[in-house]
Write a protein that binds this ligand. Structure first.
Ligand SMILES: Nc1ncnc2c1ncn2[C@@H]1O[C@H](COP(=O)(O)OP(=O)(O)OP(=O)(O)O)[C@@H](O)[C@H]1O
Ligand SMILES: [Mg+2]
Length: 420
């Protein structure tokens, strides 16, 4: 980055349950400062697909306008997260031989040309979203991390290529534009969340990131420091809530509140006679439900989800979870006991990842449901200015003064009283 120049980045995480907008300023010294944010509940999105553009545009507008008011000027074009079953991935290889086979020093242009040639764009309905290099080979030397500046006559790359459905992605881009913000680029949410919560050591050891949101669970698998595979499972927090609604005969809104306030995926937390009084949905009346049934429903869904995660890991070609274990993030990662189920079924270490520690984010943003939004910012910075590292993140005073009220609107609270 040229000295003295500050660049402003916008990230919008259009999730199934919330739309989070973050605006950050990156100084020439590489310091990232969050200068504006917005948040709204999301309507019109299901499992990563736009199902009601009008409602979703309104949700995005609320979130981006809040950020815009805080910023005091129009938002710069945004990096927007995408996910969903339309994404497919393949691992591909390509090589580039220099003219006359004489040695040359490989440049960024050579690498870009090589990566662009890894897959042929044959189907007009599909679009390449990312070509992420796994490793390079220079004149037969394997496992090269970064060939720029190396000399040789043949450069080869193995890449992880993510392809998405053109119409699906255009729908999302149109919604963001209709809300008044230009789109700079789409980034898959798995990679964004990974930027925010994984460590370099974890990626080196091999690690599985699982971002469990409201509608999808996004998986990114890393091996030897590089991306190995990505996958999305259309099961997440809403399914836990729906199970409670159906299993206990509750309105979905009551089931959601009950899940957040009392739910645990562990079976040994309560006895057969433990009862919780919940809102009946009929005025002031409450009704008793079995706490054990509540937890059993969450446990069963948790086991099913973790089995699907393990299956996706095996489909990627790994026989077991790599040594770095599983990192859960996304709002649903906070479900009490889910990490224990993941550890049991994955036979591995499990931790809940938040966008903390990595960059010294202020505690207000250290929530697992913000991993994607924070990661989108980090992705944007890395890819617009390769080599730039956000060394510290601070909120300016203007933002800080508004934050306490902002966060208290949606931070889940655990209500602990249980009637027995
Ligand atoms: N403490 C908690 N216990 C259980 N579930 C929780 C908790 N906190 C949040 N959740 C669940 O997390 C989900 C929302 O997570 P998140 O904000 O990551 O979703 P999203 O990004 O909007 O969705 P997606 O990424 O699937 O599009 C909701 O289903 C919510 O019920
Ligand atoms: Mg999400």
């Amino acid at each position: 980055m040229a000295s003295g120049i500050e660049t402003i980045y916008t990230a919008i995480d259009v999730g199934t349950t919330k739309v989070a907008t973050l605006v950050a300023k990156v100084s020439s010294a590489g310091t990232m400062e969050v200068i504006a944010l917005g948040h709204s509940s999301s309507e019109g999105m299901r499992k990563g697909l736009v199902v009601d553009p009008v409602e979703l545009t309104e949700s995005v507008r609320k979130s981006t306008q809040e950020a815009q008011e805080m910023l005091g000027t129009e938002l710069p074009a945004a990096y927007v997260g995408i996910t969903g079953g339309h994404l497919t991935c393949i691992n591909a290889a390509a090589s580039l031989v220099t003219k006359g086979k004489s040695a040359k020093t490989f440049s960024q242009d050579d690498v870009d040309r090589l990566l662009n040639s890894t897959v042929e764009q044959s189907d007009q309905r599909r679009r390449i979203v990312h070509v992420v290099p796994r490793s390079y080979q220079v004149d037969g030397l394997q496992g090269v991390r970064n060939p720029i500046g190396m000399n040789g006559s043949q450069l080869a790359a193995e890449s992880h290529v993510v392809v998405g459905d053109v119409a699906t992605m255009q729908n999302l881009e149109q919604v963001v534009r209709a809300a008044g913000v230009n789109v700079h680029g789409l980034v898959i949410e798995h990679l964004a969340s990974a930027e925010a919560v994984l460590t370099a050591e974890g990626r080196e050891a091999g690690v599985v990131l699982v971002d469990i949101g409201g509608g999808t669970s996004d998986i990114a698998i890393y091996r030897d420091g590089a991306l190995w595979n990505t996958a999305a499972i259309p099961v997440a927090g809403h399914h836990f809530t729906n199970d409670i609604a159906i299993g206990l005969g509750l309105p979905v809104s009551v089931a959601e509140v009950t899940k957040l306030a009392h739910g645990s995926a562990l079976l040994d937390q309560v006895g057969p006679h433990d009862v919780i009084e919940v809102d009946s949905g009929l005025g002031e009346h409450t009704r008793p439900i079995s706490h054990q049934t509540l937890n059993q429903l969450l446990h069963d869904r948790g086991v099913e989800l973790m089995r699907m995660v393990i299956y996706k890991i095996s489909q990627s070609g790994l026989t077991k979870v790599p040594p770095g274990g599983i990192v859960l993030t996304g709002g649903c990662a906070n479900l009490h006991g889910l990490a224990e189920i993941a550890a049991e079924y994955g036979k591995c270490l499990v931790r809940v990842g938040t966008p903390s520690g990595v960059l010294g984010l202020p505690s207000e943003l250290e929530q697992s449901s913000f991993s994607t939004a924070v990661g989108l910012l980090l992705w944007a910075i890395q890819h617009r200015h390769p080599g730039a590292v956000a060394e510290s993140v601070t909120l300016n005073a203007n933002v800080l003064s508004r934050l306490s009220g902002w966060f208290s609107r949606f931070t889940p609270r655990r209500i602990t009283e249980v009637r027995v």
